[in-house]
Design a protein. Structure first.
Length: 232
């Protein structure tokens, strides 16, 4: 189903998914590299955090856990001979991600669940960077491979209550992706080659999973919001 409403209506859908908060809800956002997953997740979390349901802990009731944190470190990729394919499905710790989602679902009232985060400046994952407090009733998690039909990744989709798919204009997505690689240190030529040769096959894998999403979210839903996903 393609979502045809406004950003406010999309945020309302996420809020409704969380229900009365008796159990913790996990919402996934999938999409190709550069399609706007992180931007959408940040915008949703910022919008919902600013307006908590009655009785919920402000700033804690909604959390953002990126799949990107489960990138294998370069030291491991070199050992595996996969450094040149960083970003492909087998360069992530899929089982570790699924296990973390399982811990989040377990919803232990005594435990803050710590997740890793991908540091773009280092291009490395950093453990213990994202804390999900027991008060978090809605967790938004986002990444390329949430809907991959692969034995390693199926437990991820199984752990999620709903998965949305970020659709985006292809030329715009490619432009943003090259710009991001350049921003974080690649030359324009290297960035363009990387997007074609490394990100390209990954994008095809992700695009093939859109049909499994509960909702397809067009990029223009974020029109009017700034690039960081904050209200403009
Ligand atoms: N709807 C949008 N409008 C304008 N810029 C956007 C939008 N969505 C994403 N961007 C920009 O595109 C780039 C990639 O977005 P990002 O959310 O990081 O994608 P992803 O997490 O899917 O890789 C970022 O520089 C972001 O600021
Ligand atoms: Mg991202």
């Amino acid at each position: 189903m393609i979502f045809a409403g406004t950003f406010a209506e999309l945020a309302a859908r996420a809020r409704a998914l969380a229900g009365d908060g008796t159990s913790r809800t996990l919402l996934g956002i999938a999409g190709a590299p550069g399609s706007g997953k992180t931007t959408l997740a940040r915008a949703l979390v910022a919008c919902l955090a600013a307006d908590p349901p009655p009785g919920a802990a402000p700033g804690q009731w909604v959390a953002h856990v990126p799949m990107d944190g489960f990138h294998l470190a370069d030291v491991a990729l070199r050992r595996l001979g996969r450094a040149g394919r960083k970003g492909a499905p087998d360069t992530f710790d899929a089982a570790g991600y699924a296990a973390l989602l399982g811990r989040l679902r377990a919803d232990d009232a005594e435990v803050t669940v710590w997740a890793p985060q991908f540091e773009r400046d280092l291009e490395q994952p950093l453990a213990g960077a994202v804390g999900v407090a027991p008060a978090a009733r809605l967790v938004v998690t986002e990444g390329n491979y949430l809907l991959l039909d692969d034995p390693a990744w199926r437990p991820v989709a199984d752990a999620l209550d709903e998965v949305w798919f970020c659709a985006s204009d292809e030329r715009e997505r490619l432009r943003r992706l090259v710009a991001r690689h350049v921003e974080f240190g690649k030359s324009p030529a290297h960035a363009a080659a990387w997007v074609r040769d490394v990100d390209g096959p990954n994008t095809d894998l992700v695009a093939a999973t859109a049909g499994r999403a509960d909702l397809v979210v067009p990029g223009d839903v974020l029109a009017g919001l700034g690039p960081a996903g904050q209200s403009a």
